[in-house]
Design a protein around this ligand. Structure first.
Ligand SMILES: [Zn+2]
Length: 421
């Protein structure tokens, strides 16, 4: 672990304040997007009063793209200094582009290497990866494995046979994959006796949900820790240590984290147990830096000391704000529904699908939830009732549970769909 990671948090914030002021000056000087956006604000804000500055929404950035500048008006670096352009998968058909200078890329890899190293994986060990990096930022995460001195075995997505073979023959110490894929593999192969002792999950929420994690750990006979990045800000910004107390900010010094209430957009203190939307600000970025970027990730904050010695607030991702449903005034995350249902293992497989009857966020109860039974389990009389009651107690939501046989719901080699809109 680097000394940086154990620096007292107030000392980190003092350093971040210096970086933030320089970043703000850079934005005003170099970023057409922020020159406009910050025109009527105090250009000399400190990190302590960052909440007085406007938030940035992904849609605002997209609205500034033109045929001449497909990246957007937040491009701040000289095009000659851009060494990499990643893209997002872009659900609307046109991808968003994410440019990086050499120093941006170095900082991404440094932060990502810290996040993955927190899991305990060490130089000389073997790691098998299942991401098709292609155009996506995951490529930079894979570069962090080189930085850590690991033996990296890339097998990509969509080739389970090759993955199982690699685990069997090359005997890796660790595997990195989405929690959905990690879960589906335990149904297809006996992995508990394999060489894999650490499963590093990323790409979607779930790895930190206690019941879901327990099932994964049992299936793999391995420790499961999670990591998380946000494409526009950085890859694997956060990573959990083996104490599994929430994700540490591996990208500390490069990125500043805040919490807001997604409805009122008001800043909330990062106190222990606080939940809200994660908002991130670049501190040392050059190519297309972002200020107070709304991640749409709903997180829970933890501030109690972690036995590993890493300082600063930790987070656990509860779900995407975009996936959130409001059932008679109560916020419901599909991943939280899965977490409650997973506790009914070994009767259930852990696969669920929430089926909101109407379009939009607001729903009337009961909320229909399809729950898949475990292999060989028959639907028995009161299981659905018990799941329904537990959901009502835990999440204050009234549901209608439909039990379906094992294998009914779709498995994913990448991210799971938990809501059928
Ligand atoms: Zn820790």
């Amino acid at each position: 672990m680097s000394d940086v990671e154990t620096l007292p948090w107030d000392e980190q914030l003092a350093l971040d304040d210096q970086a933030f002021r320089a970043q703000l000056a850079y934005l005003k000087q170099r970023s057409p997007f922020y020159r406009d956006k910050l025109a009527h604000t105090d250009g000399h804000a400190t990190l302590a009063d960052i909440a007085t500055l406007p938030l940035t929404d992904k849609r605002e950035l997209r609205a500034t793209t033109t045929p001449e500048n497909p990246i957007g008006a937040h491009l701040a670096a000289d095009p000659h200094d851009v060494v990499r352009i990643y893209s997002t998968s872009g659900t609307t058909g046109t991808p968003s582009y994410i440019p990086l200078t050499q120093s941006d890329l170095d900082n991404w890899v440094t932060g990502s290497a810290r996040s993955y190293a927190a899991s305990g994986i060490a130089r000389g060990q073997r790691i098998v990866s299942t991401y098709n990096a292609g155009p996506f930022v995951a490529g930079a995460a894979l570069a962090s494995f080189d930085r850590l001195g690991l033996t990296h075995i890339p097998v990509g997505t969509g080739n389970t046979e090759r993955l199982i073979k690699a685990i069997e023959l090359l005997r890796p110490d660790a595997a990195v994959l989405t929690p959905s894929y990690a879960a589906s593999l335990t149904e297809r192969a006996d992995l508990a006796g394999s060489s894999v002792r650490r499963v590093l999950v990323a790409g979607e929420p779930g790895g930190g949900e206690p019941a879901f994690r327990a099932a994964l750990e049992e299936g793999w006979g391995a420790k499961v820790t999670e990591a998380m990045g946000i494409g526009d800000i950085g890859v694997s910004l956060w990573g959990e240590c083996h104490h599994q107390t929430g994700m540490h900010l591996g990208a500390r010094g490069f990125v500043h984290a805040e919490l807001i209430d997604p409805e009122s957009e008001r800043a909330m203190p990062m106190t222990d147990g606080a939940t809200g939307e994660l908002v991130l600000t670049h501190l040392k970025h050059r190519a297309a830096p972002l200020l107070r970027f709304r991640t749409r990730d709903h997180v829970e904050v933890r501030t109690s000391p972690c036995p590993c010695g890493r300082t600063g607030p930790r987070i656990r991702c509860v779900g995407r704000t975009d996936d959130m449903l409001i059932v008679r005034g109560v916020n419901v995350f599909p991943s939280a529904v899965r977490e409650v249902v997973s506790a009914f293992s070994p009767d259930v497989s852990g696969h669920i699908l929430v089926r909101p009857p109407t379009n939009g966020v607001k729903q009337d109860p009961p909320l229909p939830v399809t729950v898949e039974l475990a292999r060989g389990v028959q639907a028995h009389a009161n299981l659905a009732d018990r799941i329904r009651d537990r959901l009502r107690n835990a999440l204050v939501v009234r549901t209608r549970i439909e039990l379906v046989p094992w294998g009914t719901l779709q498995r994913s080699e990448y991210k799971s769909k938990l809501v059928d809109h």
